[in-house]
Design a protein around this ligand. Sequence first.
Ligand code: NAP
Length: 315
Amino acid sequence: MSKVAKSKETAKKFQDAPFSCYSINVDTNIYETKKKENSLFKFSLRTRGDQLKNSGFNNEVSVGVIGLGIMGSSFAFNLLSRGYNVHVYNRTDEKAKPLLKKGAIFYSIPRELALVTDIIMTSLTDQNAIDTVAFGEDGFLNGANKGCLWIDLSTIDPSASIRHSEVAKQSGLERLDTPVVGSKDLALKGDLVVLVGGSREVFQKYEKFLKDVGKTVIYLGADGNGHKMKLAINLYLGLFAESFSEALAFSQKLGFEAKTFVETVNKTPHRNYISENKRPKIVQGDFKPAFSLNNLFKDLELIKEQIIKPGLYCQ
Ligand code: NAP
């Protein structure tokens, strides 16, 4: 049984839908909620779980993407293009619309998304955002099936990552920290580098899936180690980005155009990933972020906190 509504607001108001999800009919541009029988629903989940155990990964796996910012949306697009069933949640539901048109299903409550997914991916600003969507009555941990995998692709405090892992395991879930290196364009192609922390056994079970998220997957050991390495990489990236930006601003003070500076640098031995990859956008004057300064600042604050932690740094 299904109901249709001319707007997502009406779709959300259907009282009899057991799950607050809706998809969009691409032809009619009409939002649609589908009523599902609980028992049938649970049976199909068990079937998927068995497929997972018996035959490794295939595209029958249902993936939930929580957080549809620059990266989360790109992960979801990539997985849809690879044939996965993709279920999405975002605090601001408007951001889900382009994904609904590609076949994703939106849930307005993280717990309800978790009821239908085998793998839950979080891609959120920081540990506070994750706490908000993971815990509490409507948090996804409250709906996730036993044995479901939670991977966190955000860049967060490694201590929070270890805490999340402990809580997930207590709830019967498997969890890996899987922060990524690379930005929107690579995420859309599934060409990121994925830094993995957590149980080796769980990593090996899901390695094939992780390679669909990012072609290069690096296992780094215990829970939190993915997030620790991510901070080290972002310190390196942040310093590069800062030195490049300082020199660019300085060259402009000296009277050069940004285009002249970046093209000159790229003819010297001092060219690097930043100067080469940002060149086309700098030349066009396109400063729309692929990775926001706010998020880089957040990471530098996290790095500072690690450095001043007792015992980590000789003061
Ligand atoms: P973004 O575009 O700023 O998206 C942030 C996401 O977090 C949005 O979905 C936002 O929801 C959600 N969010 C923030 N606070 C929340 C809260 N209190 N409750 C619920 N949801 C909340 O960031 P992004 O670039 O996609 O990055 C996501 C994560 O990946 C960050 O940790 C970032 O450091 C990391 N990362 C980014 C890149 C990159 O190149 N962009 C690369 C590697 C890693 P709303 O839409 O409702 O605001």
